[in-house]
Design a protein around this ligand. Structure first.
Ligand code: BGC
Length: 758
């Protein structure tokens, strides 16, 4: 696989300006801070191909549903995360010629995403049509220290002339979503003011009425000394700017520092304008340098917990840091109203909304790399949507408090509108219950379970209990008409994964209610309890006769069993090259499905069974969902097929950096990024947490000299350093921990290191 960008352990680097790569680079070099994010668009005008993208978390537009044939139960709208105010804009004119990299000669170009410090930097020299050569340097960041602040330092140096340069720093809300269903414009201006000091625009979203106020001010200096300029105010619809001219001298450096605040009604009930303006004033007083330092400090403390160090494989080192970096840019856990969209703040497809990806993939990552409040926020988010999940189920004919969580949501309401997914991909309910279980087995947070988790579990169990039906023929409960995680088959009966997770949900809800019921009363009736028991005992779980292979779904064996390796390059990806009906009839599995279940519930099965299932399913899996390869990698590690585990890991860790799926220009695959971290920690290191105890069963990929990572366990940091001949473990916390390494029990005292020779 060819590298699109240079390899470096802490940086993503681009040393050539290639307009054909600009869309992809805009995604890869995105920055964000969990509250808002920005694609790597240029500050100055750019008329080449580009997706101008600034996104504010949780601010969405209910875009009227577009379907060919309406079906009862479809949601009225699809929530789009909104492309919001372009806050980075700084137009530059050199002796009346606009700086635009699409039209001029770019001589040296360097773009760098510094992941350790969270900054995006660009340096280039260019010759304008008028022969003037200038050098530009820009650095920007979305503050991790104060998630309502963004700042830019933009420097210009004339190389072969002295002359007039016009600077136009601006804010522009005239931005459209490229994925709008009816090409509607989503913003309405409510107020604006352009002044020679602080300027702002206030806009509300049509229909959803979110108010976003963006304010900015700036400083300009020459060779480090402040410059006084006479600026003119510019105002247009949804646009404010300042314009000033500077006579720049050859060899001197002129720096414009732009301070921006992004305030939304999601977090402030009133006075948004004054908050935005005052914060912009304060940011300017604080200076770019100080804001940047605070931002860098915040990033360093994230890395202190979350970094993974790999010796001997620079490409993996770069990529795992890239994935960790993008995950923390997307979600910090500071705000229970926010969640993690599949593209985060890097693009529009999937609407920035919440999918089961959060619970199945992201939560396990945050659970082990952040204090427990971060994973808890993700669970509280779903708790806060419980009423809507119950309403959603009622809309589909369920009753008595049964909840069906949406497949896609921004506010708890379903907004996905393909029947085979909206109505049938109900396994999402299972991932939410599993996330609660996962959180509890890591944290033992009984208080959460009592106040929130139990109610969610019971409502989910009630859904499954009503969704099954008794089959006389099979003498079992069955679940008909579903889509499993494998979206390449719809409306199937008895998808093993769905049936298994449904049964498990019912049992876990029962167990939780029984346990909590002893001191706090039960929330389910005796009749319910016996019905639930009956269903869990008699759930149909399809299997291939005389084998250990769990069956994808009824009818699967009638398919023509052709292996994925027999597909030609022209066929792949099949979702771009084949008709949908051909896909549905084929044996090809989009993503881990039976194997997703074996991953979740591995302790229910012996290793031989897991091995046989992975050997059976891998040849038919095309991994056309970014969520797939990581699950296969973890399972391959579990069954000690190390080469396969590493191969699958590479596919997941460099998915975006190497653009495996040829779609990185649309945005990054944020929610599959934790899969690469899980492939290392749960896969290669074989780390598990069960009943308040740590288990480790490590392997070292052939190419690697060592790898090391931290996890947060019982609120304390434990560092693992895995080498060929030894394992080093450092318990950095104030309490001892119990650990089992390759089956051997060990206790590590507080603030202690141990070395295990292998
Ligand atoms: C996958 C789903 C996933 C969605 C968003 C789809 O391609 O099949 O499992 O939830 O992408 O990432």
């Amino acid at each position: 696989m060819q590298n699109i960008f240079d390899i470096d352990e802490w940086k993503i680097i681009e040393t050539n300006f290639d307009p054909k790569k600009q869309l992809a680079a805009e995604s890869i070099f995105s920055i964000g801070n969990g509250a808002f994010g920005q694609r790597a668009n240029f500050e100055e005008s750019y008329t080449g191909e580009s997706l101008q993208g600034s996104y504010v978390g949780g601010v969405y537009y209910p875009d009227k549903t577009r379907v060919g044939w309406w079906k009862n139960g479809y949601p009225e709208y699809f929530a789009k995360v909104l492309n919001s105010c372009n806050w980075i804009g700084i137009d530059i004119e050199v002796d009346s010629e606009k700086l635009d990299l699409a039209t001029i000669q770019v001589k040296h170009f360097y773009r760098e995403l510094d992941m350790r410090n969270g900054t995006l930097t660009r340096k280039f020299t260019c010759e304008l049509k008028n022969g003037k050569i200038i050098q530009i340097k820009s650095t920007r960041f979305c503050s991790m220290n104060d998630d309502e602040i963004g700042a830019i330092s933009y420097s210009i140096k004339p190389i072969n002339f002295s002359g007039n340069v016009t600077f136009i720093p601006y804010l522009d809300f005239n931005v459209r979503n490229s994925d709008s269903n009816y090409n509607e414009f989503f913003w309405k201006e409510t107020n604006k003011k352009s002044s020679t000091s602080e300027s702002f625009i206030s806009a509300v979203t049509k229909k959803s009425d979110f108010n976003v106020v963006v304010a900015f001010n700036y400083t300009i200096s020459k060779d480090g000394e402040p410059l006084n300029v006479n600026s003119t105010k510019l105002e247009n619809k949804l646009y404010v700017a300042n314009k000033f001219e500077v006579l720049i001298e050859q060899g001197s450096e002129y720096i414009l520092e732009k301070y921006v605040t992004v305030i939304s009604s999601l977090n402030h009930e009133k006075d948004l304008e004054s908050i935005a303006v005052n914060k912009a004033i304060q940011s300017k007083k604080n200076t770019f340098h100080k804001l940047l330092n605070n931002h860098i400090k915040s990033w360093h403390s994230i890395w202190d917990n979350a970094d993974v160090k790999i010796e001997g494989d620079l490409k993996s080192q770069q990529a795992i840091r890239f994935n960790i970096f993008q995950l923390y840019q997307t979600y910090t856990g500071n705000n229970a109203k926010l969640n993690i969209g599949p593209k985060g703040f890097t693009g529009e497809k999937y609407g920035g909304a919440t999918y089961w990806d959060t619970e199945a993939f992201c939560l396990p990552f945050f659970l082990k790399t952040s204090p427990k409040k971060v994973a808890k926020q993700l669970l509280i988010y779903r708790y806060n949507h419980l009423k809507k999940a119950i309403l959603n189920a009622e809309k589909l004919g369920f009753h008595s408090g049964a909840a069906l969580y949406p497949m896609v949501t921004m506010n708890g309401e379903e907004c996905h509108n393909e029947w085979e997914i909206t109505f049938e991909e109900i396994h999402r309910n299972g991932a939410i219950a599993f996330a609660i279980f996962n959180y509890i087995r890591h944290t033992n947070d009984k208080d959460y379970l009592l106040k929130y988790g139990r109610k969610v579990l019971i409502a989910i169990a009630r859904f499954w209990v009503q969704r099954v039906n008794w089959s006389n023929k099979k003498n079992k409960y069955v679940i008909l008409g579903v889509t499993g995680p494998n979206e390449y088959e719809n409306n199937v009966n008895n998808n093993w994964y769905t049936n298994y997770v449904a049964r498990w949900c019912i049992l876990y809800a029962l167990k939780t209610d029984n346990e909590l019921g002893k001191n706090h009363g039960s929330l389910i009736s005796k009749e319910e309890e016996s019905k639930w028991q009956d269903i869990s005992e008699k759930m149909y779980l399809p299997k291939i006769n005389n084998s250990n292979i769990f069956l994808q779904n009824d009818g699967f064996l009638d398919k023509e069993f052709v292996k994925a390796e027999q597909l030609s390059n022209n066929d792949r990806p099949i979702n771009q090259n084949w008709s949908w009906d051909k896909i549905l009839r084929s044996v090809f599995i989009k993503q881990a499905d039976v194997l997703q279940g074996l991953y979740f519930f591995e302790e229910h099965f012996d290793i031989q069974t897991i091995k046989e299932n992975i050997e059976f399913y891998e040849p038919y899996t095309v991994h056309e969902s970014s969520l797939s390869a990581c699950i296969h990698s973890i399972l391959y590690s579990l069954v000690k097929e190390e080469e396969q585990a590493y191969k699958m890991f590479l596919q997941t860790v460099r998915l975006d950096l190497d653009d495996y799926n040829k779609e990185v220009d649309e945005g990054l695959h944020i929610t599959s990024m934790p899969g690469s971290w899980l492939s290392i920690v749960e896969g290669f290191a074989g780390l598990r947490i069960r009943n308040n105890k740590l288990f480790l069963n490590p392997t070292l990929p052939n190419k690697w000299k060592s790898y090391s990572f931290n996890i947060i366990f019982n609120d304390q940091i434990v560092n693992f350093d895995i080498r060929n001949d030894k394992i080093l473990i450092y318990n950095k916390g104030g309490n001892s921990i119990d650990l089992s390494i390759n089956g051997r029990d060990i206790q590590i005292l507080e603030n202690n290191k141990i070395k295990i020779e292998c």
